[in-house]
Design a protein around this ligand. Structure first.
Ligand code: BES
Ligand code: ZN
Ligand code: MN
Length: 492
């Protein structure tokens, strides 16, 4: 999609002169007067904006949209106003612009123009991301498409400053998030562990970073008994994908960020097999891996000052004749032993070896992302990522990034009182801790391997995909966590 930037300060004629299939403006949910660009549009349309508000037809409720066809005073073919709700910050504007873009697309628009609500770079970035994220569809394997992709988008900013760098940053971020979504959506017959490794290699080559893939033999030599145990039930061999970004200019800081992503390309549960209903959704069990690959692409292109390395363990969890069993005891790379009580708690078994390896390779700070537990969906629904950490300061830094990027995340306790639930007489730790507080015992299991290294765990089981389409997003993969992780690296 071609992106254009037009400076449209108050009083300029850009609003009426912009040609597009749809001109998009956002409106907050307020009883106050119509101001700014909305006021200008109201006058250009002979009072349409005031009228739809006065009649109650359009209140500005978040993500509601209303369309005016062939607006007499404008060159655009349609005017779409999208509600940004009662607190119209950049997060809400991102979604409102996305909702309007999807409405435009569904009525056949190929070009849109967006009126950016204020002159901040955050608002422009939100608008750009809104359009690019909305333009993404889940229809790669459809031979007939419900809508066609947009060809161009113009952003009308009231700012007179040079906003081109912000536009470019937003484009990279959103396109990287869409790359993550494409990876997530791939079906498990097409994207197994080796295919994922191949895709990571391609992304690394395109973005100019290093990629190394450890194979089964290498992992055995190293002693990654936990990761290998999960992999052994599948005919498809596992991989540990490593992506390395090294900043060009050295800094005095010795910090090194490690990103660890769960890459289970399909989770049947293994011998502790899952019920048939919704098992297809377990293709999304590599969403943490996909998030790290997308984030590394953006990091490679946006060049933060801190070195960042991603460690992506990838396996298929299958109940084959060589599958690991409940009762098995495995020795992890750390040397700690784990009794497997449930083969469906496989994520923590592949992550712990990757975490240990990341520490050995010099990472001083770790963030993992994983579709780890159904329990986090019970706790936070499909709306919030669960955030667990052994370091409050580090966690708050990430939460600030998440807030800036409009990714909803919520802190969860990592309380050692839960640790007893993982006790077993037969090994150092069990891989499950019973029904209650399942997301917390899972996090505590990982903390056992992070040890003293500042570490954050993102449980994205509830937020990795949209089961239903949203006004602002297609049904399917969400690309959650990419923007937050990149923001964290850029603002280190
Ligand atoms: N991949 C699942 C978690 C999951 C559940 C993701 C629902 C998305 C939606 C994970 O490997 C798993 O199976 N977890 C078990 C753990 C249990 C056996 C302790 C779970 O949550 O049921
Ligand atoms: Zn899983
Ligand atoms: Mn599982």
């Amino acid at each position: 999609m071609e992106l254009k930037l037009v400076s449209a300060p108050a009083g300029s004629s850009a609003l009426q002169d912009t040609e597009a299939d749809a001109l998009i403006a956002v409106a907050a949910q307020t009883d106050g007067p119509v101001t700014g660009a909305l006021d200008a549009l109201d006058r250009l349309t002979g009072g349409w904006v005031q009228e739809i508000r006065a009649s109650g037809e359009f209140k500005g409720k978040a993500y509601d949209t209303i369309v005016l066809h062939r607006p007499a005073g404008l060159k655009a073919r349609r005017l779409i106003v999208a509600g940004s709700g009662k607190r119209p910050d950049s997060s809400e504007v991102r979604r409102a612009v996305a909702a309007a873009t999807r409405s435009a697309k569904s009525s056949g628009a190929r070009s849109v123009a967006v009126v950016v609500p204020d002159d901040s770079t955050a608002m422009l970035e939100a608008a750009v991301e809104g359009v690019i994220l909305a333009n993404w569809e889940s229809d790669r394997y459809r031979t007939k498409h419900d809508s066609l992709p947009l060809q161009s988008c113009t952003f009308l900013t009231p700012s007179q400053a040079d906003m081109a760098p912000a536009l470019e940053r937003a484009r990279i971020l959103a396109e990287s998030q869409n790359l993550t979504r494409d990876l997530q959506n791939e079906p498990p017959n097409i994207l197994g562990p080796q295919a994922l490794a191949e895709r990571a290699r391609q992304v690394a080559a395109d973005a100019g970073i290093e990629c190394e893939v450890l194979d089964e033999d290498r992992m055995r030599q190293l002693g990654m008994g936990s990761l290998l145990a999960v992999a052994q039930g599948s005919a498809q061999p596992p991989a540990l994908i490593i992506l390395r970004y090294t900043p060009e200019s050295a800094t005095d800081s010795t910090d090194h960020l490690g990103l660890v992503g769960k890459g289970v390309t399909f989770d049947t549960g293994g011998i502790s097999i899952k019920p048939a209903d919704n098992m297809d959704k377990m293709k999304y069990d590599m969403s943490g891996a996909a998030a790290m690959i997308g984030a590394m692409r953006a990091i490679a292109l946006l060049k933060p000052r801190i070195p960042v390395t991603a460690f992506i363990p990838t396996v298929e969890n299958m109940p084959g004749s060589r599958a690991y069993r409940p009762g098995d005891i495995v020795t992890t790379l750390s040397g700690k032993t784990v009794e497997v009580l449930n083969t469906d708690a496989e994520g923590r078994l592949i992550l712990n070896d990757a975490i240990t390896y990341a520490k050995r390779l010099g990472c001083t700070h770790l963030v993992d992302a994983a579709t780890l537990t159904g329990a986090i969906v019970v706790a936070l629904g499909h709306y919030y990522v669960g955030v667990f950490s052994n370091n409050d300061q580090f966690r708050d830094k990430l939460l600030a990034s998440a807030a800036r990027q409009g990714e909803k995340m919520w802190p969860m306790p990592v309380d050692d009182e839960f640790r007893d639930l993982l006790k077993t007489p037969f090994a150092d730790i069990a891989n499950v801790g019973g029904r209650w507080g399942g997301a917390i015992t899972a996090a505590l299991f990982l903390k056992e391997f992070a040890e003293e290294t500042p570490w954050i765990h993102l449980d994205i089981a509830g937020t990795a995909s949209y089961d239903e389409g949203k006004q602002f997003a297609a049904k399917g993969a969400s690309g959650i966590a990419v923007r937050t992780l990149v923001d964290l690296a850029l603002n280190w």
